[in-house]
Design a protein around this ligand. Structure first.
Ligand code: N7H
Length: 448
């Protein structure tokens, strides 16, 4: 089995708190930082065992740490972790690959000063702040803040939902040896997520074992624009009123209803009971094997090929097992939509009202994980899985590198109709690639 007390807590199950701070820092005095990392910081780092559901004393505030390639360089680490994306940093060639406009990047990510990030998670902001002050006091003079993002769950019934209103965190792969898959959930070798474990094909230094690459993205969500788009382009399914037809369009863009219910199982109306039933809400694979008249390669009446969850996890669309899997552990940031924004005919222009997703994914190979999903699947009009079909970009996260963004399959009555998006609903404000090391790597390699 896996050595769960050696693996940082966020990787396999997520820190699952209502508030999570991402504190990006640079290392000013490597020698001083190393000694504090190995002595007083190390005991604050939360291991997987401490936040398992049966943990006896789960910490009130969980802390994880991860380093960029620049950070490892500053610490004097010469070993090559063998991941090109990590080595180059996220900024490298990002317009050609992920489609980002770097002029819109948060300057902190565009600079060269981020060496690491602390993830500090708790149920209140006060507890997060208290732990951050403790970290700052311990590491005084050795690191300095470059940037921070305070993530927080949305209020009330929206808790667990991202800013467009959809339940998040429904589908992640089960890591074999750690979790047993529920029906429909993919099982992956531990090495797809953790370096040095079985299934990891990279050549790694021994100390990298049980670490994982953390892809961080600050993804702004233009919520008023998204809502307006759904209303303006509402579908025309008989028996549904205008607002239900707007909801239907949103559900088909995502592949799930806001409740979390998959449209592959309930295509025309929401099913809130199914939505939260873990034994059913992943039990689909787009192919409908029990319906002999259904051809999943052409028929999009259940789920469009372009839907966000089908683009990013094609399930049985791919005949052979594949390794493009990530574990997601992000959290929303920014305020709720204000009445004024709702009234002002929909434009996200006030920077103080920026909201979005502090996106986090873990994988052992960024080029097969996050970057593959974004670049090869989400941003690709000519999805190679469907051969000649030009299905358009992912309606949620896809970027049109040629400027012409659309998706087909969204209208169940006219599945070849392209619906054009004149704007992006998710806009990258930048990010960085990090390595989240094992506890023993922190103790024996990074702090000495
Ligand atoms: Fe996505 N959304 O609200 O539309 N995502 N995502 N994502 N996403 C998922 O299954 C969303 C982003 C994946 O196994 C759900 O937890 C938003 C990036 C993958 O069935 C919803 C943003 C990437 C899955 C959203 C965003 C991915 C997934 C359904 C940005 C990778 C699992 C709930 C602001 C490059 C697919 C769930 C599966 C699910 C949304 C970003 C990937 C609702 C708003 C950048 C692999």
């Amino acid at each position: 089995g896996l050595n769960l007390s050696n693996i940082q807590g966020d990787i396999l199950i997520g820190m699952r708190k209502k508030k999570e701070l991402f504190f990006f820092f640079s290392i000013d005095n490597p020698t001083a930082f190393k000694s504090r990392l190995g002595s007083d910081i190390l005991p604050l780092i939360t291991r997987t065992t401490q936040i398992l559901p049966n943990a006896t004393h789960p910490p009130a505030t969980a802390v994880n740490i991860a380093f960029s390639q620049r950070g490892l360089n500053v610490l004097g680490i010469r070993d090559d972790l063998n991941d090109t994306n990590f080595k180059n940093g996220q900024m490298y060639n990002v317009t050609a690959t992920l489609g980002d406009q770097t002029s819109y990047w948060e300057p902190a990510f565009a600079g060269h000063h981020i060496h690491g990030v602390f993830l500090v998670a708790s149920d209140t902001i006060d507890k997060v702040k208290a732990t951050l002050s403790r970290i700052q006091k311990i590491s005084k003079g050795s690191i300095s803040e470059v940037y921070r993002i305070q993530g927080h769950a949305r209020p009330g019934n929206e808790q667990g939902h991202e800013h467009f209103g959809f339940l998040d965190g429904v589908s992640n792969p089960a890591v074999s040896g750690f979790a047993v898959a529920v029906p429909g959930q993919a099982t992956v070798d531990p090495g797809i997520i953790l370096l040095g474990e079985s299934g990891d094909t990279g050549t790694r230094p021994d100390w990298a074992k049980d670490g994982s690459f953390l892809a961080f993205r600050q993804l702004q969500q233009r919520v008023p624009e998204f809502n307006k788009f759904l209303v303006d382009n509402a579908l025309s399914e008989p028996g549904l009123n205008a607002s239900e037809n707007a909801e239907l369009l949103g559900a088909r863009m995502v592949g799930r209803w806001k409740s979390g219910a998959p449209i592959d199982l309930t295509p025309l109306k929401d099913d809130p009971v199914l939505a939260v039933d873990h034994n059913r809400n992943n039990d689909f694979n787009f192919t409908h094997p029990d319906d002999p008249n259904f051809d999943f390669k052409t028929n999009q009446s259940y789920c469009p090929f372009s839907a966000h969850i089908r683009k990013t996890n094609p399930r049985a669309d791919i005949a052979n097992p594949f390794n493009q899997h990530i574990i997601r552990a992000g959290i929303p940031y920014g305020p709720e939509v204000t009445d004024a924004e709702n009234a002002s005919n929909s434009s996200s222009t006030d920077p103080s009202l920026e909201r979005g997703l502090a996106f986090v994914s873990y994988q052992s190979n960024i080029g097969q994980g996050f970057a593959f999903l974004q670049q090869v699947w989400a941003n690709n009009k000519n999805e190679y899985l469907y051969f000649a079909l030009r299905i358009g970009e992912d309606p949620i996260i896809g970027v049109a590198l040629d400027g012409e963004r659309f998706a087909s399959g969204l209208d169940p009555k006219n599945q070849t109709r392209n619906i054009t998006f004149n704007e992006d609903f998710v806009v990258s404000r930048g990010g960085e690639y990090f390595f989240s090391p094992s506890i023993s790597a922190i103790q024996n390699t990074l702090s000495v």
